[in-house]
Ligand binder design. Structure first.
Ligand SMILES: *Cc1c(COP(=O)(O)O)cnc(C)c1O
Length: 398
């Protein structure tokens, strides 16, 4: 396919973020930018700051930055910590490694646990490490909820219980950039102090917004924090947001989109949204198993609802395969990152997505496996089709 030729039909954007932006969100953003110090904006901001809390399942403040998720990672660290503080991080994969690198650059000491890119964080090991820290030098535990490079989900509620069981005062900071709005996540009920999120994955928006959901304990910590910060400082944002304003120009049109996206998620119902993602993930794994290929995540309890990472058979390059998919079927799949580069490809099944979009995706993968001569058994797409049929709302035994 020539890049300057017009490919008919819609591109299949099946990377695990950015995701397909639904027409309703696109239409909502296609509206003149308004005065962010005027009454119309004030009404929008009050509404959107309320709705977004429901998506995080919190009654506490959620800060919205005009930034990618990486900015919200930085905000979480610089608002709660001081130079030289020690944080405990779990190496689930590429994104956990990037968050650690950021802590190092900021002058925060970090200790990396784990390192098996196929497994979730181990709450028992975290509890043991915190119990050893009798002097409470560890100031925060940082976990990536859904590790997007591997498709492995860590049990955040269990990590909270581990911190409590160790009677340790460390804050709990969680990255939900690829799980919020896709996989069950409860900021308040799970006792998370700072939740980091981004706009372009489960929230179905273009890139450009990111979030910090806070706890009272996190706000208290921010008052004692000595990290240098200006743009990321929570205090002016919290003061302005309390009355529906922002301390600087907000990303107005993205906020129109966020308002619409929150409405869509809440209309469908969060439980239904999570069940839809879990079902599509199960259908995808059904196809992968039928192809005889291997899922990177080695713990079935930790399978991701957002994406599935698939291991390429020995001697076959995942990126060459993705090229065949793109050139023949106009579909983008996620690449393997750093440690697993060339070894895995990832199917994103999150965001604005339904059964027939999933079947298009899996059909494209199966056809390309054939074209690229990757050893596999036929019938994965058919197996997924049967699963989706049998679990459809109208199925007798669903
Ligand atoms: C996408 C992603 C990031 C990076 O977010 P950007 O918006 O690219 O800055 C960080 N963590 C996780 C888990 C992600 O999925």
């Amino acid at each position: 396919m020539r890049l300057n030729s017009h490919p008919a039909g819609r591109h299949f954007l099946q990377i695990p973020g950015p995701t397909n932006v639904p027409d309703r969100v696109l239409r909502a953003m296609d509206y003149p930018t308004i005065d962010h110090r005027g009454p119309e904006f004030n009404a929008l901001a009050k509404k959107v700051l309320r709705s977004v809390r429901q998506v995080f399942q919190t009654k506490q403040p959620v800060i919205v930055y005009p930034a990618s998720g990486t900015g919200a990672w930085e905000a979480a660290l610089v608002n709660t910590l001081s130079p030289g503080d020690l944080v405990l991080m779990w190496e689930t994969g590429h994104f956990a490694s990037l968050w650690k690198k950021m802590a190092d650059k900021l002058g925060i000491k970090s200790e990396f646990m784990g390192g098996d890119w196929r497994k979730p964080a181990d709450p028992a090991a975290i509890e043991k490490r915190l119990k050893e820290d009798t002097g409470h030098t560890i100031k925060a535990v940082c976990i990536v909820h859904n590790e997007t490079s591997t498709g492995v989900v860590s049990d955040i509620s269990a990590v909270r219980r581990a911190i409590d069981a160790a009677k340790h005062p460390a804050l709990l900071l969680v990255d939900t950039i690829s799980s919020l709005g896709s996989i069950d996540y409860r900021h308040d009920a799970w006792g998370v102090d700072v939740t980091v999120a981004g706009s372009q994955k489960g929230l179905m928006l273009p890139p450009g917004l990111s979030f910090n959901a806070l706890s009272e304990k996190a706000i208290e910590a921010s008052k004692a924090s000595k990290m240098v910060k200006a743009f990321w400082n929570w205090d002016e944002m919290l003061a302005a947001n309390a009355n529906g304003w922002f301390p600087y120009t907000p990303a107005t049109n993205l906020l129109y989109g966020l308002n619409e996206a929150c409405d869509m998620l809440l209309e469908e119902g969060l439980d239904a949204v999570f069940a839809r993602h879990a079902r599509h993930a199960e259908a995808t794994r059904t196809a992968v198993n039928a192809w005889g290929l291997e899922i990177l995540c080695s713990d079935p309890k930790a399978y991701s609802g957002s994406l599935t990472a698939i291991v390429m058979p020995e001697g076959h390059d995942a990126d060459a395969f993705r090229k065949v998919v793109l050139e023949n079927f106009n579909m983008s799949l996620g690449q393997g990152l750093t440690k697993v580069a060339g070894k895995v490809f990832r199917i994103g099944h999150l965001g604005d997505f339904n059964d027939l979009m999933l079947m298009g995706t899996l059909s494209g993968v199966e056809m390309a496996l054939g074209l690229a001569k990757v050893p596999h058994k036929a019938g994965g797409a058919q197996a997924a089709l049967t699963y989706l049929r049998d679990t459809a709302p109208g199925a007798r035994n669903a």
